[in-house]
Design a protein around this ligand. Structure first.
Ligand code: HEC
Ligand code: HEC
Length: 282
């Protein structure tokens, strides 16, 4: 298509030509006028470096536009397009809430397999940067989910207790993970009995427990699964443990895990990632 076949192009060209002709004509008129013009009107008498100031009233047209602009602004802000009528942030929040509701309804009755798959996605996005894509702890920089505890980790908490590892964010005697039994005191065992316990726990609590484990069983349960949520499960990453860790974060022997308690992970996603994390070592 040639440019002269297009009406809009032709109109634009004509418009441009008219503007050029008018500009040249008007500018020429005023430039010629400047050469001969004499000033008129009443001076205020003030002078700045030899330049005086006229006492002329403001031009009527200018005044009308000035007042009109204010009136228009008031109309615009209150009636035309009210300040409270729309906000992008509000829209974003509404859409977010709607989406969350939909998400909740859609996955409310999801089965374990579905949640595990969802959990893998949550894990890759939020946890893998520290825990490693395979959940193997990135060379000991974070918890290795293939293995609930190493002997060194258990020995460390037996020796120091949980208060030494945590800060007191949760207040006195609440522990750092917020379990009903609170803090774990230091020095619950020592020497060879501590080693025997640590070995037993690090091996996944298989076979007969060493007699010394009775000290721990009082809080963690004879089977080590945490006494119905009173203390951490020492055997597996159950939902209660993962939820506590996500809610409060954890300072441990290896390092510090930040809390994920800003609402970024919904309850369903927390549950999903807990199921996935627990599945890694199995
Ligand atoms: C008085 C109750 C109590 C006794 C006894 C006890 N624990 Fe604990 N243990 C806890 C609590 C509560 C926590 C969680 C601490 C926290 O949130 O700071 C914990 C945490 C732990 C953890 C870290 C768990 C995690 O997921 O971070 C390990 C490992 C552990 N205990 C091992 C033992 C061993 C081994 C013994 C026996 C020598 C023992 N505990 C005795 C209450 C107890
Ligand atoms: C900034 C790094 C980082 C990120 C991100 C992170 N973690 Fe951790 N996580 C850690 C570290 C470090 C530890 C080990 C703390 C210790 O020394 O006991 C840990 C420990 C854990 C534990 C074991 C806690 C216990 O008491 O045994 C769980 C469960 C866990 N993380 C889950 C998650 C999940 C789920 C996510 C993603 C939603 C996640 N983490 C994201 C660093 C991280």
């Amino acid at each position: 298509m040639k440019w002269f076949n297009d009406n809009v192009n032709i109109l634009a060209l004509i418009g441009a030509a008219v503007i050029i002709v008018m500009t040249v004509f008007v500018a020429g008129k005023y430039i010629r006028q400047m050469k001969t013009d004499k000033s008129t009107g009443e001076l205020t008498g003030d002078e700045w470096d030899g330049i005086g100031e006229y006492n002329n009233p403001i031009p009527v047209g200018w005044g009308l536009i000035f007042v009109g602009t204010i009136v228009w602004w008031i109309w615009y802000a209150l009636a035309g397009y009210p300040l409270w009528s729309f906000s992008q942030i509000g829209q974003w929040n509404e859409e977010q809430q709607e989406y969350n509701k939909m998400f909740k309804a859609k996955w409310a009755n999801a089965d374990k397999e579905t949640l595990k798959n969802m959990g893998e996605g949550v894990f890759i996005n939020n946890c893998a940067p520290c825990h490693g894509v395979l959940g193997d702890g990135s060379n000991g920089k974070a918890q290795n989910f293939r293995h609930r505890f190493s002997e060194a980790q258990v020995l460390d908490i037996i020796k120091r207790g949980s208060a030494a590892l945590g800060d007191t964010k949760l207040g006195d005697n609440k522990g750092q993970l917020g379990y009903p039994l609170g803090e774990m005191p230091p020095g619950m065992a020592s020497g060879d009995s501590a080693k025997a316990i640590a070995k037993y726990i690090a091996n996944g609590m298989k076979g007969d427990a060493p007699a010394e484990f009775a000290t721990c069983a009082g809080c963690h349960g004879q089977d080590g699964t945490g006494n119905g949520g009173s203390a951490p499960n020492l055997k597996a990453y159950d939902l209660t443990l993962v939820e506590h860790v996500l809610q409060h974060g954890k300072r441990g022997m290896i390092g510090v895990m930040p809390a994920f308690n800003t609402g970024r992970l919904s309850d369903i996603k927390k549950k999903a990632v807990a199921i996935y994390v627990d599945s890694i070592g199995r």
